[in-house]
Design a protein around this ligand. Structure first.
Ligand code: MN
Length: 274
């Protein structure tokens, strides 16, 4: 049958997105198409086929709109504070959504952020979001040094690839550099459950597998009123090095190798020669 192909396409679309209303409409259209096809001559069939093709295009557009709505709907609960603070019509930062499927390895990212005060945003993936701390002086490889880490709102995992400039006047306005990234795990090998317990207890011992941060580190929560303040401390292990000034030595993006100035200037050249 000539009309079989245009009739089948919307069915595929609806089954993929599982929208019951669309499926019903498709079934109704299919039976209507069958009835009219029986009466038509060959010439009429060609015209009918063209009309159906137009309808298929329109239906595809409808299906796309349904998908877009779903993404917006998923935006809220776990990242409500993150979304509330940002105007996504003004900033290029990603909207806060929690992905359904996640890999086994947990990722971390550290973003150097030249906001009103320069700091390093230390983010650890846990339960579909990035637990986040603002570390004014950045991490230190010296186990004798304790770096203040102010806990901030959870960020979306999609933030892990964000590098660019947040417009002046917007929340966190300033340049953001991807300073380090990689995977991390609970130091005791206890997986996500151990991380959850450590976070709740305020004693989060982790092993980092980044390009610039490696080995054992701990985040210890201080008992102070207000927004939780933690200390980021390097463990005394084989990667510890009191003489290594990591934030002083590494001043470019771990991904694009750009300096803060180049990111601010919108220079998208990728220097892969280091
Ligand atoms: Mn920040």
């Amino acid at each position: 049958m000539l009309l079989a192909t245009p009739g089948r396409m919307p069915t595929k679309t609806t089954s993929r997105h599982g929208a019951p209303a669309l499926a019903r409409k498709t079934a109704a259209k299919k039976s209507a198409a069958k009835k009219s096809a029986a009466k038509k001559t060959a010439g009429e069939k060609t015209a009918a086929k063209k009309a159906m093709a137009k309808k298929t295009v329109a239906k595809k557009a409808v299906a796309k709109k349904v998908v877009a709505k779903k993404v917006v709907a998923k935006k809220s609960p776990a990242l409500a504070e993150y979304n509330r603070k940002r105007d996504f019509s003004r900033t290029k930062e990603p909207a806060g959504t929690v992905p359904k499927t996640r890999g086994k390895a947990l990722h971390f990212v550290i973003q150097k952020h030249a906001a009103s005060h320069l700091h390093y945003d230390f983010r650890l993936e846990l339960d579909g979001v990035m637990k986040s701390w603002a570390v004014p002086k950045g991490p230190s490889y010296d186990p004798a040094v304790r770096r203040l880490a102010m806990e901030v709102e959870d960020h979306p995992i999609s933030y892990n690839t964000f590098e660019g400039t947040i417009p002046e006047g917007e929340y966190g306005g300033g340049t953001v550099m991807l300073w380090d990234r990689g995977t991390y795990e609970a130091e005791d090998g206890g997986g996500a459950e151990s991380l959850r317990r450590g976070y709740a207890r305020g004693d989060l011992k982790i092993t980092m597998h980044g390009e610039r941060l490696r080995g054992g580190w701990v985040l210890v929560r201080m008992n102070r009123p207000g927004r939780p303040q933690w200390l980021l401390i390097k463990h005394r292990d084989e990667t510890a090095d009191p003489d290594l000034d990591i934030t002083g030595e590494e001043e470019t993006s771990v991904v694009t190798r750009r300096t803060m100035e180049q990111i601010a200037g919108g220079n998208r050249v990728w220097h892969s020669n280091r």
